[in-house]
Design a protein around this ligand. Sequence first.
Ligand SMILES: Cc1cc2nc3c(=O)[nH]c(=O)nc-3n(C[C@H](O)[C@H](O)[C@H](O)COP(=O)(O)O)c2cc1C
Length: 437
Amino acid sequence: MASRQMHLGVFVLGTGNHIAGWRYPGAADSFQDLGVIQQIARTAERGRFDLIFLGDGLSAGPDDHPSFTARFEPITMLAALAATTTHIGLGATASTTYGEPFSVARAFASLDHLSSGRAAWNAVTSSNGRAGANFGRAHPPHAERYAVAEEFVDVVRGLWDCWEDGAILADRTTGRYIDAGKVHKLRHKGRYFEVEGPLNIGRCPQGQPVVLQAGASAPGQALAARTADVVFAVVQDLEEARASYAGFKALLPRYGRAAEDVAILPGVMPVLGATQEEALQKLAVLQSFVDESNALSMLSGRLGTDMSAYPLDGPVPDLPLPDSSHGFARTMLAKARRDGMKLRDLYNLTAAARGHWVLCGTPETVADTLEEWFATGAADGFNILPPYFPGGFDDFVDQVVPLLQARGLFRHDYAGRTLRQHLGLARPACRPPVLAD
Ligand SMILES: Cc1cc2nc3c(=O)[nH]c(=O)nc-3n(C[C@H](O)[C@H](O)[C@H](O)COP(=O)(O)O)c2cc1C
């Protein structure tokens, strides 16, 4: 039997994942530039990554991360990438709070066809309350957002199963275009949605696009355990990551699923140097570019509290879990307590990787650490957050990936063409909706 191998995704933000990555010499400075994104996608394929991943939000403010301020709509962007790539999985975020299941199911089914089976949907509940103002409604509370999300994901999956394989006959002789017996209505009438179906696009190459999830609250984990194929985790510490990995995998049997049905990919920002000192120096240069208002806005967003009222050189205050995102706040506050951080330290950490883990080192020490996490029950792979593009990503692909490959921890080449194949997931059987009448 082949030994277990890592899965790697890259979190794409055109201006870099570091809040000031765009200021690094030679770094790209736009998230509205097709050339930049195409280069990232080519690099990801060169590195044999499983997928590229685009986050998304539905509002913009001048103090946001630069890539959140001005960016393409993700499905549109991935449709463009589908045409210039051949293997890389294409993951985009779409909100269950501000979208419609029919539109989301249709968009991702289209992307799956356009890319010959490489689409993935990151189902998010939209933690940023400012989005409400752009949709003419109040931002629902956390619990309601997840209640909606549970139904939303079921409707999307139900729509994807309205078409069986082989439903499109296009038989010139008989004149029959569709085998009507293989196209089904959904007739969903739920608490939040009423959707008749069927979807107006045939069954996807992957059967169903891959579903990604990144919620870390109890309802977020329950949704992921029931419906996700890949989970993005926010981590800062190996012990904590092992505990949350084990806790999540233990949820799966409740939903009739096995540990290997869902890959857990913690986020990590690798900062590489020829020596440890050089890597730390690179991070120091990046940190020296940080603009105070961006960093405060990011920290306030992550903690769900306006942090400008607290002195930066004071202690990190005890804050309740916010209504926005439990995952980031819980991980960051635990890290602050463990390390006895001042608020300024937490602010610097958030500026660096938006609350994700920053790993500085040589290619060897970074590969050693990733191997340790992978081999000791903390990860099935990683969501790589390069601090800046293209150099920060090139460094990882050219210097760390070959080490992982040489150790048998990562593929040398793609064995399949679809994202499900990269992830080792079977193409799901079609389960057409069972209608009551
Ligand atoms: C790696 C990662 C990426 C995420 N990307 C997005 C995103 O693009 N848009 C978004 O609204 N939320 C995003 N989130 C937030 C979560 O999906 C989730 O909605 C949020 O954390 C609230 O859920 P929780 O309270 O269960 O943690 C992301 C979270 C993580 C860990």
